[in-house]
Design a protein around this ligand. Sequence first.
Ligand SMILES: Nc1ncnc2c1ncn2[C@@H]1O[C@H](COP(=O)(O)OP(=O)(O)OP(=O)(O)O)[C@@H](O)[C@H]1O
Ligand SMILES: [Mg+2]
Length: 275
Amino acid sequence: MLELQGLTRRFGAVTAVDDVRIVIPDGQMVGIIGRSGAGKSTLLRMVNRLTEPSLGRIFHDGQDVTALSGKALRRWRTDCAMIFQQFNLVQRLDVLTNVLIGRLNHRPGALGTLTALFKMFTAEERAMAIRVLDRFDLAETALQRADTLSGGQQQRVAICRALLQEPKLILADEPIASLDPRNAKTVMDALRQVNREDGITVLTNLHHLNTARVFCDRIIAMQSGRVMFDGTPAALTAGRVREIYGVTEDQFEEQAEDALRPQPPSPARAGLAIA
Ligand SMILES: Nc1ncnc2c1ncn2[C@@H]1O[C@H](COP(=O)(O)OP(=O)(O)OP(=O)(O)O)[C@@H](O)[C@H]1O
Ligand SMILES: [Mg+2]
């Protein structure tokens, strides 16, 4: 069980996360939604202590995560694997090696040069990596360079790498924001599969309400750092969305689309480029 007690993070005058109190039972799949700047990433990053809270505490199975340091903190970071929007694979390495990198968390200090990496892993670890890749129909890509894969495949490789960590939780920050709808579905299916079959708790930030509705057991809606809604997808009715965000669901989704679209270059920069 993960417990966030009054979790708060300030950046100067900005309160990015404001007194968040939630309890997440083991094995739940939780979607965190909210507009850009609502505090979703800061919240996730506090859970694995990439960002330090200004106030509040985090407990996991009774252990005070906020008090961990050194080896115990590294152990915690192994327990909660991160998935990022941009996949964060080593592009020039093959898929299998990328997945095996997940094992390195189990032996801090053992990181050698990247070219020597492959030889470091035991036959058992390699078999484990192949088995995980096979689960997500990626075994055939094992010896390809990561950059030859589609975005959806790369993100599933990142999920495989996370699984090699043998995590208790997966923290996914906008895992599908860079993907087209078809690839997005394969990645959400993979996360759901990991959640259901392996019993791993999944906390994922999502821009799209519909994705959260379809894939998650529970939705947490944030606004200006605060939790405005916490409940089942069914309870997050169109009326509640209007109450929280002051817009219809369609408008909420449109705003999410806008936030994800790459910004066009400003006229000043475009001018510079021409000059
Ligand atoms: N390192 C930082 N330094 C200063 N301000 C920050 C920092 N990280 C986040 N913030 C601010 O905290 C607020 C919440 O940011 P956060 O990235 O958590 O939002 P988000 O919900 O993940 O947004 P998005 O959907 O755009 O990813 C924003 O106002 C942001 O500018
Ligand atoms: Mg974010």
